[in-house]
Structure formats: C-alpha cells, structure tokens
Ligand binder design. Structure first.
Ligand code: SAH
Ligand code: SF4
Ligand code: F3S
Length: 503
C-alpha cells in the first residue's frame, strides 16, 4: 500500500475521503511487504485526540457490540474502540439483534484464529439481510493482511468497514463514511502511524487494568505475523505511562498489566534518553498500586538490570512469562529467536536465583518446519529442566508472507499432533508438581469474582498469577484476602480463607 506515514491528520477536523487521493487510500489493500519496511523517521506523539464535534451525538440511542479475538493487546484495543464509540454516544450491548454497530477485532497469529472469524462473518449475512442498517466492521490484525481484505471483498461483501491496527483513532470518521457510503469502507495503513495519547477507554475490569508501554515488534521471528500487523517498535514516553498508572491507582485499580509484544525492548527507540524497561519498572514500583505485572518478555533483551529491579519485589509481583518456543538451538536459529538453549537456561537460572519464588510460564511451538524428533526432544527436556508453572503450547501454523511459510517441511501433520500431546503431558505433570508444592501455604489473593464454573465459589489470583477457588462472601470481590491452599489440581488450586488483607 502506497501510504505515507500519515497517522495524524484529521484528528480533530473529522475530514475524510474527499479528494481522489483520499479515495485511492480507501480502496487499496494493505501489503505485508510494505509493512515489513522499517522507516527511519521519528515517531511523533500526539496528545490532541478528540471526537470531531459533528460526530459526538451520532451514536445517541444506538448500541455497539465488539467481539474480540487474540491477545491482551487486542483486548485492550477493544477497550479503546469502546471508549471512542461511547464518546460518540453509543452504548454497549451483548445482543446482536440490538446492535447498530458490530465490530470483529481479529487475530492473525494462527490459521484457526482466522477460520473462526470467517465462520462468524458468514453467520452475520442473515443478520445483515434482516437489518441492512447495521454497520458490520472488521478490525485488528487480520485486517492488516492483503489476502484477508481480498477475501472479505470477494466473499463477504456484507461487511461495511475494514480498518487496521494503526487506524483506530480514525474510527469516528470511518464509521460516518460507512453509514453514508454504499461501498465498503477500507482504511488500513500498512505502515504504522505515530503514537496517539489520550484516547478514551472503557475498562472491562474494575480491579485490573491494562496499560500499553509500547506498540509493534521488530524481532521478526520467522514464523510470526505480528511485526507485519503491528508495525515497528514504538515506546510510549515514560512520563505518559507513569501518568496513566498513577491515574489508575487514583481511580482505585488494584493491579496493572503492562503490555508490549516484547517489553524488554522498551525504550530502545528513544534517541534522547537512555531508558529501558528496568528503569520504567523502577519508577512504577514507587506508585501506590498493589500489583504490577507485565507481558511479554523476550529472552534476548532480558538484562541483569531488569532482574535486579524485579528482585526488589514490593508491588512488582513474581510472575514471569518467558516464551522459549523451542529447546533446540538449531530450531531457535531457524526461528531467528537470536538466543540459544544455553542462554535461555542461564537466564532462568539467574531469575530463579534472584527471585526464588518466581512463577514461570512460557510459550512453545511444536512442528516448526523440518523439526526432527531429536530437536523436539530437546524441547521436552527443557520443559522438564526448567519446571514451568504453566505453558501455552501451539502447533506451528504457516503465516503467509513470513519466511518460515516457505521453508521446506517434511514433518507429517500426525507427527506434529502427537508431539503436541506429548509436550502437553510433560507440561501438565510439571504444573501439577508446582501446584502440589503449594499445599498448606498461605497466600495473598486478589479476588477477581465468581468462579466461571460455580457462582457459589469465588476465584482470585496469587501474586504469581495462579488461580485459586475458595468459599467466601461476594463483598470480597475486588479486595485482597489470605487463603491457605487445601487442594491442588493441574490447572487450579483450592483454598480456605484465613483473613481479609488491608492494602
Ligand atoms: N510477543 C510474544 C508472542 C506473541 S504471539 C513473544 O514473542 O513472546 C504468542 C505466541 O504465539 C508466541 O509466543 C508463539 O508461541 C505463538 N505463535 C506465534 N506465531 C505462531 C505460528 N505461526 N504458529 C504457531 N504459533 C505461533
Ligand atoms: Fe512475534 Fe517474535 Fe515479535 Fe513475539 S517477538 S511478536 S513471536 S516476532
Ligand atoms: Fe493476534 Fe495480533 Fe495479538 S495477531 S496475538 S491479536 S498482536
């Protein structure tokens, strides 16, 4: 897509496609090739986001519904999209029949994520036929893919609006165009835009809040689509992150999850200051908020300074999600992860030494192109050696446009499936061992709400992020309690309340 870096025009004016140039922008598909380019120009930060005057009432008396797929970054984007829609007067609904705007915030990480969205889009045909005025939109990572946009244009012509991950701030203008234009409105900038501060947010949870510290990813692991769908790494200014955390603390939030695809690369793009993720955490830990987590860490940039800061504890809770992807150095090389098995194990050793009660979790891919039985066994042995509390395990899924998608792959599907099962078995044993070790311990929980399976029971999380069920009064939701662990299963713990904690 031949689009300049133009993420910022019309923030206030609400101008949209009026000139032929503008229209060209609307109907050009995105390009993964262009998205791969990393420009040298500085990223500007804009603080003047606002809903154009004439659009502030446009949603009055109307409803929106957003379906979210994918990672926490996407869920947080949904909160921003909801914030923008509510500033336009829309109210949220869970009923498709009641909705005037339906948005699918999509994920492109694996093929099955995409299949789910296409299935749902198909179901929307009938709804659109019965209610032609409803605006149906697709956003998120899938909309950054040329093949997806083409497929929607040819097979899902009932979609009214497609906008990309870099175009969220343009939603008011795009929505208005979708209402008054007969053609499908498409605005997907392949190239990332600037950083837009001060966008409104409707936070789903009243005790836990997500805070972006950076956007994009420059790692280009060979299997991964994210660097193409999210653009280059851009860090938010420390003062903006800190101000947001302070504000959330003031509002009474109990826990902050700092978000980035690779939080350890935070600050590497600053030209004026030497300031990394360790520095940021060292400042945030002084804010009066009980718990601070972060995700995701890349093993390569996880430096000693960061470990030193994390070891200070306090509100920096001892949970570390550290994806290793493969236990074989050869496979890691083909994945372009830029570390070895030994480097990873050494990092884990350092973390365990500095933070002895750290909860460790990871992401693992099996069946990477050409993965041999021996290489897979290296993954199994790494899992046993580290003893993770939990792991997200995935079967490799080729993503169009990424280098791994064209690598030779002779590993049959059944072999990949059986490896996934073997891996899950080993990991589940490790999870159970870790949980059993907690029997009899008294731990602090932040009470999240009723248990998903049994509304009579409450659920909360430990500092390490483990889920614990216990009997207690609903008034405890959103507070801290101490519980003693009385039973341990592979995925959950059960406890008995000891005391309410004043924080
Ligand atoms: N930025 C994070 C990962 C985000 S994607 C990180 O690097 O840690 C979450 C996980 O999805 C990855 O860690 C990886 O295990 C998995 N994943 C990414 N691309 C995949 C693909 N093409 N097939 C299968 N799993 C994939
Ligand atoms: Fe994908 Fe690798 Fe970036 Fe994670 S670090 S988002 S796996 S490219
Ligand atoms: Fe999916 Fe995009 Fe997140 S591809 S995992 S929603 S960054």
């Amino acid at each position: 897509m031949t689009v300049k870096n133009e993420a910022t025009p019309d923030l206030k004016s609400g101008k949209s496609a009026k000139t032929p140039d503008d229209y060209a922008k609307y109907f050009q598909p995105p390009s993964l090739k262009d998205a791969k380019k990393r420009g040298k120009e500085d990223i500007q930060v804009h603080y003047d986001f606002g809903i154009p005057e004439e659009m502030r009432e446009i949603g009055k008396g109307k409803h929106y519904l957003i379906r979210t797929y994918g990672c926490q970054m996407n869920e947080h984007d949904t909160e921003t999209i909801a914030g923008i829609l509510e500033q336009m007067g829309y109210e949220s609904t869970e009923e498709y029949q009641e909705a005037d705007v339906i948005l699918f915030n999509t994920c492109a990480i694996r093929e099955n994520a995409e299949d789910k969205v296409f299935g749902e889009l198909g179901h929307m045909k009938v709804l659109k036929r019965n209610n032609p005025n409803v605006i149906l939109g697709v956003c998120g990572c899938m909309s950054q893919e040329e093949s997806v946009v083409n497929k929607i244009m040819s097979k899902h012509a009932h979609v009214d609006l497609i906008f990309g991950t870099h175009n969220i701030h343009r939603l008011p203008v795009l929505l208005r165009d979708a209402m008054f234009q007969k053609e499908m409105v498409i605005e997907v900038w392949s190239k990332e835009g600037d950083i837009i501060e001060n966008m409104p947010k409707v936070r789903e949870d009243k005790t836990k809040a997500w805070v972006n510290i950076m956007y994009g990813c420059d790692k280009f692991c060979t299997y991964c689509i994210v660097p193409y769908t999210r653009g280059k790494e851009r860090s938010r200014r420390p003062e903006d992150v800190i101000a947001e955390v302070r504000d959330l603390a003031r509002q009474g939030f109990k826990e902050i999850m700092l978000l980035g695809q690779n939080v350890n690369a935070y600050g590497k793009d600053f030209e004026d200051i030497q300031y990394g993720f360790g520095h940021l955490l060292d400042e945030i830990r002084l804010i009066d908020i009980p718990r601070i987590r972060f995700t995701t860490s890349h093993p390569r940039d996880f430096d000693d300074h960061l470990i030193e800061v994390l070891a200070k504890g306090g509100n920096l809770v001892e949970q570390i999600h550290l994806p290793f992807q493969s236990g074989s150095t050869e496979v890691l090389k083909k994945m372009a992860r830029k570390y070895t098995r030994e480097h990873y194990l050494e990092l884990v050793r350092k973390i365990k030494a500095a933070i002895p009660n750290a909860t460790l979790s990871t992401d693992i891919i099996v069946g990477f192109p050409g993965e041999t039985e021996e290489q897979f066994e290296d993954t199994l042995s790494l899992v046993s050696e580290v003893g993770f509390d939990s792991a997200y395990t995935f079967m490799y899924s080729p993503r169009e446009g990424t280098p791994a998608a064209v690598m030779e792959d002779s590993v049959p599907e059944e072999v990949k499936k059986s490896r996934l099962h073997r891996l899950m078995e080993v990991q589940q044993k490790s999870s159970l061992v870790k949980n059993l070790a907690m029997l009899g311990q008294t731990v602090e929980l932040l009470v999240e709400g009723e248990s998903k399976n049994n509304p009579e029971v409450l659920s909360g999380r430990t500092r390490g992020g483990k889920l614990v069920h216990f009997n207690g009064d609903k008034s405890l939701i959103g507070t801290f309690v101490d519980v003693t662990i009385t039973d341990a299963k592979t995925f959950t713990l059960y406890g008995e309340i000891v005391a309410k904690v004043e924080v």
